[in-house]
Design a binder for this molecule. Sequence first.
Ligand code: SF4
Length: 323
Amino acid sequence: MLKNLSPSRASQFKTCPRQFKFANIDKIKEPTNEVQAKGTTVHEALEKLFDLPKEERNTENLHNLFRKVWTDVRSNDEHVHLFDNVEDERAWGLDALQLLSNYLNLENPSKFEPLERERWVRGTIEDVNLRGILDRMDRDSNGNLIIVDYKSGKAPSSKYKESRFFALKLYALLIEKELGETPSELKLIYLQNSTIHTLKVSKQMLLDAENEIIEIWNNIKKAIKNKEFPTNKNALCNWCYYKPICPEFNNNVPNTDKLEKYNSVINEINDTLEAIDLVGGLEKLPENSPLKNTNLNAIKIMLDDVNEKKNNTVSTIEKILRK
Ligand code: SF4
């Protein structure tokens, strides 16, 4: 069972429950692609920019921060197979540097100091454990809180403008609950086409966001209980990693349901091992603890066995996904 919900997982369920299942219930991990790698590296460079003294927050230093961040992570397992050749990587890097130059056309980072960066926000709304990381929080000259998010893509047309604020509305809600102060504005900075979209926060807006996340969570719980995650054919299907195993587009797709069972057994065993470890071993557990009679060897063997079954199933599915 899912323990936490992030705004992006909630949006994913809204867009396509089947995609949500593949990613979060079956846990078929989507490998990092070039677009995601560019987004995270650009975000990190922007975060580190504000570690520099104000007078050093210029284009050259921002570009150097990007190069440094990429140099540190480019050999990771996650990134090492991203590019077929140096030319592709170079073109990708130049594009990322352009995004950072675009940023400097929108804001002058030497003129302000963010209040917080890469801030964890978490909280409980009814029985939903919500969590996420907001990119930046500022305090404007009137003392108001502003929540800021960088987007490495293009700003949407006015028709889709407000729906893109969903995550920030939830962050504003959690910040309000945590700090007792309501943020006054949400700001999305789109780097691809140098555009800023802002939205003033109202009580009604936060109430609507709260009701919406509760409704999504209830729908997720219902889907898990009934084992029903319908496909929702949409404009983004062509970019969906799971399309090759999606029943909407293929006959005879592999059944991924057993992954859910494997994941729940693995989680349960890991939770037990963690609980025993936390108190310092079986012998330290009180006599009346339900874990006292745990056969550690037996559950470790079972864990290896289930992990092996899971890995075999995942590798069969991945062969289809990566064809
Ligand atoms: S291809 Fe489309 S319908 Fe199928 S899982 Fe992905 S988003 Fe959903």
